[in-house]
Design a binder for this molecule. Sequence first.
Ligand code: ADP
Ligand code: ADP
Length: 225
Amino acid sequence: STTLELESVSHSYGNRVALDNVSIKLRPGQFNALLGPNGAGKSTLFALLTRLYRLQQGEILFDGASINRQPRQFLSRMGVVFQQSTLDLDLTVLQNLEYHGALHGLSGRAIRARAAQELEWLGLADRLGDKVRSLNGGHRRRVEIARALLHQPSILLLDEASAGLDVASRQAINRAVRDLCRQRGLTVLWATHLLEEVKPEDPVIILHKGRVLADGQGQALCTDT
Ligand code: ADP
Ligand code: ADP
């Protein structure tokens, strides 16, 4: 499984420090929870991991090597679900996936095969030709997960993937992503501000005001389980 590590990463917006000397290491092949209230720095961390932002300070290591050394290889092995949906509502599910697949150099045939595969286990096999606009919020999230998996990454990053969904859909998405870890050995980073999405056995990193408050097992947080 794939390892991902941040070493003394700091990030500022002008004078505002969003990440302050953050060092974390994801447990390979596991569902790693990144827990923190709004403003903790989760989105900034995602922007650095996805290379939307340039690293100001520190190092990000992917399987032991700096992501700046081989950025394309790194991006090709990473799947991302951003907090804000980036699906085109007026395109069909398949068309949304086709665009992403093409960016990753997959042939049309490979894209259709992979899309059918991923949508099958996500329960959306029959929606391939439907416009995304006709799908409910939970199903749109599933499409984003399918898209993030299309190029078969070894690590999956999700920023508030269950935001704005009802409880049942939230739990369903959370369960689906946990299945990915179990069945494929995928390394997952699940960022959330909701404690209820963390299980006692999860490795969990708590971020607060840009600092790592705790880095350990969910056990210590879950008093009611
Ligand atoms: P979230 O907390 O849900 O990640 P925010 O509401 O903090 O999102 O931020 C929404 C958008 O505004 C993001 O693109 C973020 O980078 C930007 N943003 C957040 N805080 C500030 C700020 N103080 N000044 C300028 N832009 C900001
Ligand atoms: P989270 O995703 O955990 O809500 P963010 O990474 O969005 O946290 O924000 C961390 C801190 O950085 C917050 O204080 C936020 O207001 C600030 N911030 C985020 N984006 C920007 C931005 N583009 N410009 C200025 N400040 C920002």
